[in-house]
Design a protein around this ligand. Structure first.
Ligand SMILES: [Zn+2]
Length: 269
């Protein structure tokens, strides 16, 4: 499932292309992807200008000029493509927004969704999310305090969206590797100094992942050389039984609370 770096990559690429532009036409191919009747959705979106695209946690917020917001959660399997119908992959789009010749296609939105909310509904919808990892006011102390509210495993705390919003399976493992901490250790056993190291590791991991365009497999537009560049840069995630880049021992793949967990038994304590 796309996490903060993947959505940041989409956000900047979308802002470059559609911020300030009006939606010439909206099409909905799957009723359940939107949260209001299809004709209402189209009426509220068509002709509106998208002022900008923001990110909150793993979601994108398309701000419309009438105060409404399109809230996108790609969940598992969702992706976007921007371009002409000829350039677009041969897939069914659940929603399409047209900007003249080019269109924004939303693919694979089965678990994911594109909802429309007014300001009050949006506030309510986002109210249970924890702080954003990249918020300027979210420092090492706030990070430690947020995680300390959790009693279970470090990985569980890191991926709990009500604790910190934006970290998922992949980057939780990657930042634990960068900090040399085993992701399944209990929060109670983790020292303050280790949490400070982890905070720094979170920033460096996200910075690298954003620089290389996250791990989404499908390109966002024809000729897109950025998206997915982080795929080959994961140090532990999805590398079970492959040698650790740091020490050569085989990466451990295990499962905890239904989540896959990857770490190096020798490098991480
Ligand atoms: Zn290692």
């Amino acid at each position: 499932m796309p996490e903060l770096p993947e959505m940041e990559t989409y956000r900047s690429q979308l802002n470059e292309r559609i911020a300030g532009r009006a939606v010439a036409a909206a099409e909905v191919g799957r009723e359940r992807t939107v949260n209001v009747p299809v004709d209402q959705f189209i009426e509220r979106v068509q002709g509106r200008t998208i002022e900008r695209i923001d990110r909150r946690a793993k979601m994108l917020l398309f701000r419309l000029d009438n105060g409404d917001t399109l809230l996108l959660h790609l969940m598992l399997g969702g992706s976007m493509f921007y371009g002409t119908t000829e350039e677009a992959p041969d897939r069914t789009a659940q929603v399409t927004l047209s900007f003249g010749e080019r269109k924004l296609f939303f693919h694979g939105l089965r678990l994911g969704y594109l909802h429309i909310y007014d300001e009050a509904e949006l506030t309510e919808k986002l109210s249970k999310l924890g702080p954003d990892p990249l918020d300027a006011g979210f420092g090492a102390e706030e990070f430690a305090a947020a995680l300390r509210r959790s009693r279970g495993a470090l990985k569980t705390a890191l991926t709990d969206q009500s604790v910190i919003a934006g970290i998922g399976n992949c980057y939780a493992d990657e930042m634990c590797f960068a900090a040399a901490i085993k992701p399944l250790r209990r929060m109670a056993d983790i020292a303050a100094a280790e949490l400070r190291t982890l905070f720094t590791a979170m920033h460096s991991t996200f910075a690298e992942a954003i620089r290389y365009g996250g791990y989404m497999e499908s390109p966002f537009f024809a000729g897109d050389a950025l998206t997915g560049g982080y795929n080959d840069r994961c140090k532990v995630y999805d590398r079970g039984d492959e040698p650790c880049y740091r020490c050569g021992s085989l990466i451990v793949k295990t499962e905890s609370s239904g989540r896959k967990v990857f770490y190096c038994d020798r490098c991480q304590r």
